[in-house]
Ligand binder design. Structure first.
Ligand code: C2E
Ligand code: CA
Ligand code: CA
Length: 379
């Protein structure tokens, strides 16, 4: 039997069961594997009991048409005492709550409370607005300086996306980057930031002393779909030409998740990008599973040592040994090491003793908008 047939059997079983239990209510399938039961004028307690009984019936394996299934059913209960503008908003709250409980692994019936409703309504607003925001220029890059570790001189910047939302204010990338990924808008987001970042570094270079030997670099975060996107190389060629970027000036930051997959193809793609004079950095080094082998297997120029290691420098001797050796190894491999999230003088002192190359962190600078950065650094 094909897996699609088995899938169908399970869905049909669930649908039948819902109809038996909630038959006189409004019941329907609202996504690939999600159902909604909408009850009008029912006693909440009675409904909770019914939902709990349903969950209990799936708490262990069930047998359908001679097959055994572990469905792992999850359910949320949304009380309509809160005001919802329309049915879409109401069902969105349920779906949002389900996504949250899936990620936290919570079991049993979860009753949606006011704070979850508020979070889901914000998420809904962002979801509706993100496409428009990308087109209308509400999503902008901010820039965090990266400094030379021993001299403190600014050697480059990392472009960090920010959303200036008209009603919610400044929205963090931690919220909207995953949203852009879900909505398949991550490549558009990447392109918007990439273009702004190239323009910024070209502006800053032009306004700086032209005799200066210092070529500042710009780091841009690259998502997995963007790395694999067919037009990435062409986009890079155009931007390098348009903004007259010099070799080494543009750095793309990759996370280890990009490096999972067919190694030959990934190396080939990396080489194609590098042949344009673009440098490649491994972001969040040390948080993935195979960081050390990544250094040998992929043509990387820069390692960005994750903040979690730096945070531990003052409290954990093992972290000290690890960081010292990573810096040493990276030097031996001919790579530049950037320490991320440096916040204290004591962290900086240690990193300097171990000859780290560059520092990015609040100890020196926080991210700032384009105007502040130009005013401060275009000299
Ligand atoms: P990341 O690439 O690791 O960026 C560094 C994050 O650490 C930034 O957070 C930065 O503001 C923060 N940071 C830097 N120094 C310090 C410090 O000393 N202390 C503390 N507490 N934090 C520090 P931000 O801007 O919130 O970005 C979060 C993440 O969102 C980024 O992590 C990156 O993964 C993602 N992101 C941001 N912009 C983009 C983008 O344009 N495209 C993609 N795909 N992802 C982006
Ligand atoms: Ca980064
Ligand atoms: Ca990072």
């Amino acid at each position: 039997m094909k897996s699609t047939d088995i899938w169908f059997i399970v869905l049909k079983h669930l649908a039948d069961n819902l109809l038996i239990r909630f038959g006189d209510e409004f019941t329907g399938r609202i996504s690939e594997n999600e159902f909604l039961v909408w009850c009008v004028e029912k006693d909440y307690r009675q409904l909770e009991r019914m939902a709990n009984r349903l969950l209990e019936s799936y708490s262990s394996k069930i047998s359908v048409s001679g097959f055994e299934f572990d469905i792992g059913l999850k359910a949320v209960f949304v009380r309509s005492s809160s005001s919802f503008a329309n049915f879409e908003d109401f069902s969105y709250v349920g779906l949002y709550a389900l996504t949250e409980i899936k990620s936290t692994g919570k079991r049993g019936l979860v009753t949606v409370d006011e704070s979850l409703i508020k979070r889901s309504q914000e998420s809904l607003a962002l979801n509706r607005d993100i496409m428009k925001a990308l087109k209308s220029g509400e999503i902008v890059a901010h820039y965090q300086p990266i400094v030379h570790a021993s001299t403190g001189q600014v050697v480059g910047f990392e472009a960090l996306a920010r959303w200036r939302h008209p009603t919610l204010g400044m929205v963090s990338p931690g919220l909207f980057v995953p949203l852009a990924e879900q909505r398949r808008l991550i490549v558009e987001l990447g392109e918007v930031i990439l273009e702004q970042a190239c323009e910024f570094i070209s502006d800053i270079q032009q306004k700086s002393d032209s005799s200066s030997q210092n070529r500042m670099s710009i780091h841009v975060n690259l998502s997995t779909p963007h790395f694999h996107h067919k037009s990435l190389v062409e986009t890079l060629v155009n931007l390098i030409e348009k903004y007259q970027l010099l070799p080494g000036q543009l750095v793309l930051e990759l996370t280890e998740s990009i490096l999972l997959g067919a190694e030959d193809e990934i190396v080939e793609r990396m080489e194609a990008i590098k042949s344009l004079g673009v440098q490649l950095a491994l972001d969040d080094f040390g948080t993935g599973y195979s960081s050390f082998s990544s250094l040998c297997n992929f043509p990387l120029d820069i390692i960005k040592l994750d903040k979690s290691y730096i945070d531990n420098l003052d409290v954990n001797d093992k972290a000290k040994t690890l960081v010292r050796n990573i810096i040493h190894m990276s030097q031996e491999l001919g790579m530049t090491t950037v320490a991320e999230g440096v916040e204290t003088a004591s962290q900086l002192r240690k990193l300097n003793v171990w000859n780290v190359d560059e520092i990015q962190g609040y100890y020196f600078f926080k991210p700032m908008d384009k105007h502040q950065a130009l005013e401060k650094f275009a000299k």
